[in-house]
Design a binder for this molecule. Structure first.
Ligand SMILES: Cc1cc2nc3c(=O)[nH]c(=O)nc-3n(C[C@H](O)[C@H](O)[C@H](O)COP(=O)(O)OP(=O)(O)OC[C@H]3O[C@@H](n4cnc5c(N)ncnc54)[C@H](O)[C@@H]3O)c2cc1C
Length: 375
């Protein structure tokens, strides 16, 4: 009998647990630990902020979904892991103390490094969890004129909600007859092709931004925020009446001291999703040290690969499933300028880009599909 422990109830952890429950016999024990029993479907948080869906549409009960698949669920806070002793320390929650394991899959996602941006908490909105998205939504209802600044700090690695927020705000102001009274500016440390990786994507995106009169300001790495003004590390400043800013991301602090991560605490893994230098430990999702943006569909695929390889190891076989680092994203503009981008990040091949209203529709369907399949 093998004890398999999965840390994190997000895209990576949930898919890993489901796949293992299918592949392993009932004699093996599968346990999922996460700090909350709610799974959050993050791609819908922009729509939540703009009042296009409700809180109950974007989060689902993990415990029930896991129990029906014979996965034990523990609601608890992971403090640290000891991969050489094969145990995990739980700080508080439904259990406390050490949890031993035979195989570990680490999927605790990203940490928001807000401490790197002075004044972030006091002066900026973000939408990286349900509560913050709702607070930002309230600020949107109170914004009628002036400048809205929407941006990401160096290391944020999540371009989609930036563009979607700018498009949604533009459409909302148009509907209210207030578009002429407001300026919308996107600020970014890089031009779009650095994160989205292709000039065709950049051109399509720039055209869509132009069509909405949205200004794009690259080379603008904000590192402090005061009331009404954001400042870069080169002392450039921009005034705002509404600010939505994605802070830098880092990997989880639960592994940062073990020598298995890069300088931003992202875990080093090989293409089988095995943690480099540690036996019987895998990682999946935003926590891993792969280049490019951090995306849910990557976490899903990485979880599938990790689960297949853990099942192979338990069965006495060599891990043979491998991950290919592809980016597949939809930027929902709300209409015919919506974009679909597909790119293999590990090769130099150019991206394929689709444009049209279909992709806006497809993004909504994606959410319903995920919910039906997993909850
Ligand atoms: C606003 C927004 C829009 C997005 N849009 C898209 C999109 O359009 N397409 C796309 O593909 N991706 C999108 N993403 C990215 C996607 O949501 C992430 O890449 C994905 O959630 C990563 O999955 P994960 O399992 O690695 O981490 P997460 O989903 O963050 O899950 C990590 C889990 O671990 C738990 N956890 C963390 N630390 C601890 C701890 N110490 N103890 C116990 N539990 C802990 C968390 O509570 C969480 O349940 C978006 C993200 C946001 C925020």
């Amino acid at each position: 009998m093998a004890k398999v422990l999965i840390l994190g109830g997000g895209f990576g952890g949930v898919v890993t647990a489901e796949r293992l429950a299918k592949e392993l016999g009932a004699e093996h024990q599968i346990t999922l630990v996460s700090r909350s029993r709610r799974f959050v479907f993050y791609p819908a948080l922009v729509r939540l902020a703009f009042g296009k869906c409700r809180r109950e549409d974007v989060s689902f009960d993990l415990r029930e979904a896991m129990l029906s698949r014979r996965v034990n669920f523990i609601e608890a806070e992971v403090a640290r892991i000891a991969p050489f002793e094969r145990s995990v320390t739980i700080a508080h929650g439904e259990v406390e103390g050490q949890l031993p394991y035979d195989y570990l899959i680490f999927a605790l996602g990203r940490r928001l490094a807000t401490e790197r941006i002075t004044g972030f908490y006091e002066n900026a909105h973000h939408l990286l969890n349900v509560e913050k998205a709702l607070q930002f939504g309230k600020a949107i209802t109170e914004f009628h004129e002036g400048r809205a600044v929407i941006g990401q700090c160096l290391g944020a690695r999540l371009p989609v909600p930036i563009y979607e927020t700018a498009f949604a705000l533009s459409r909302l102001l148009e509907e209210r007859g207030e578009r002429e009274r407001a300026k919308i500016t996107i600020v970014s440390p890089d031009p779009p092709d650095v994160q989205l990786g292709d000039s065709d994507v950049t051109i399509a995106l720039r055209n869509a931004l132009d069509a909405h009169g949205i200004e794009f300001l690259p080379g603008f790495p904000i590192d402090s925020v005061a009331p009404g003004v954001a400042v870069t590390n080169k002392n450039q400043s921009i005034k705002f009446n509404l600010l939505m800013l994605l802070p830098p991301f880092k990997g989880s602090s639960a592994t940062s001291y073990l020598g298995i991560t890069n300088e931003d605490a992202y875990i080093n893994v090989d293409s089988a999703m095995r943690v480099v230098g540690v036996e019987r430990m895998y990682a999946a999702g935003d926590c891993v040290n792969f280049s490019g943006p951090k995306m849910g569909h990557m976490a899903v695929r990485q979880g599938e690969v990790a689960a297949a390889n853990v099942a192979a190891e338990i069965g006495g076989h060599d891990p043979s499933s491998t991950y290919i680092h592809e980016m597949r994203l939809i930027i929902d503009e709300g209409g015919s300028d919506s974009l679909y981008v597909h790119k293999d990040i590990w090769t130099d091949e150019s991206a394929s880009v689709g444009k049209g209203r279909f992709w806006s529709w497809a993004k909504h369907v994606q959410e319903k599909y995920f919910e039906t399949r997993h909850f």
